[in-house]
Design a protein around this ligand. Structure first.
Ligand SMILES: [Cu+2]
Length: 295
């Protein structure tokens, strides 16, 4: 604009007048240009707000766990194919926006990073806490006895940042025979415990689910803290293994533990409840149908 303004310094009054008018016109255009995009942005923002209102808290972002790269962070496994076995070593890094392996994490649920592993057919769920070396490489051992594709979810919070869950696939070659997902259930038996699930989950909103734990017909009231709570719940969407964020609610050490679940869509989900009792972590598994939210 500066060069154009210099050209407007014409010598005669007439030309100066005409050019002055032209300058005002150009100035108006310039201001119009400045206002235009802002006005459009404002209109777009209010339009988005309108949609969000219509869909009642529909999440705007892609669900967690479906991407290996998100917000500048990348989960890189040291290999994408590995041998089978009960304790297969697995290593990975999380690189940050600067490309370097991330070494600064915020602790969340008593750990810097939670690694959730499940075979694609939602069996062989594992929840482990790898160890990190000084250069940012995480290492652990996984039970990959059965062949097939496994999804790994790294759930972490960069220091001072937002919680992220990145996903990557690790394949164990062999004769993969996917098991059908169990039909929806409200009771699950594991290691001599009976766990009962109560509460319906509705898409697009926060729902509370309550899990009640019994052993030999007696309510368990001496659950031990696990990851800073009396239970840890993971929910995965069956169609694509989208990873849901679930928050434990404060409460007594049993028999009932409550969680707040937010499912992005209706459909079938697998739930895995980790709880600790008698010094051992047990995992109860459920299949639930999430209901359509009210339009
Ligand atoms: Cu964990």
């Amino acid at each position: 604009m500066n060069s154009e303004r210099q050209e407007l310094d014409a010598p005669t009054k007439l030309v100066g007048f005409v050019v002055g008018i032209a300058f005002l016109f150009l100035a108006a255009l310039f201001v119009g240009d400045k206002i235009g995009p802002d006005a459009q942005a404002t209109a777009a923002a209010s339009h988005t707000g309108h949609d969000a209102h219509d869909e009642t808290a529909a999440p705007a972002a892609v669900p967690a766990g479906l991407q290996a790269t998100q917000d500048g962070y990348t989960l890189s496994l040291d290999r994408s194919v590995t041998e089978s076995g009960p304790e297969v070593p697995v290593a990975f890094t999380i690189s940050g926006p600067d490309g370097a392996a991330l070494i600064d994490y915020d602790v969340m649920h008593t750990e810097e990073l939670h690694l959730i592993v499940v075979r694609r057919d939602l069996t062989d769920f594992q929840h482990v806490h790898p160890t990190r070396n000084a250069s940012g490489t995480w290492s652990t051992a996984l039970d990959l006895t059965r062949p097939g594709p496994y999804r790994l979810f790294a759930d972490f919070t960069p220091a001072g940042g937002e919680n992220i869950t990145l996903g990557a696939e690790l394949t164990v070659p062999g004769d993969y025979r996917p098991q059908p997902l169990s039909t929806p259930n409200v009771t699950s038996r594991v290691d001599g415990y009976d766990v009962t699930l109560a509460g319906a989950v509705t898409a697009g909103t926060n729902s509370t689910v309550s899990l009640t734990i019994e052993q030999d017909g007696r309510e368990v009231t001496d659950l031990e803290p696990y990851l800073g709570a009396y239970g840890h719940l993971v929910a995965l969407r069956a169609d694509d293994l989208a990873y849901l964020h679930v928050h434990p609610e404060d409460g007594p050490p049993g028999p009932t533990v409550d969680f707040t679940v937010s499912a992005p869509t209706a459909g079938t989900y697998a739930l895995y409840l980790d709880f600790q009792h008698g010094g051992v972590v047990h995992t109860a598994e459920f299949t639930i149908e999430v209901q359509e939210g009210q339009a």
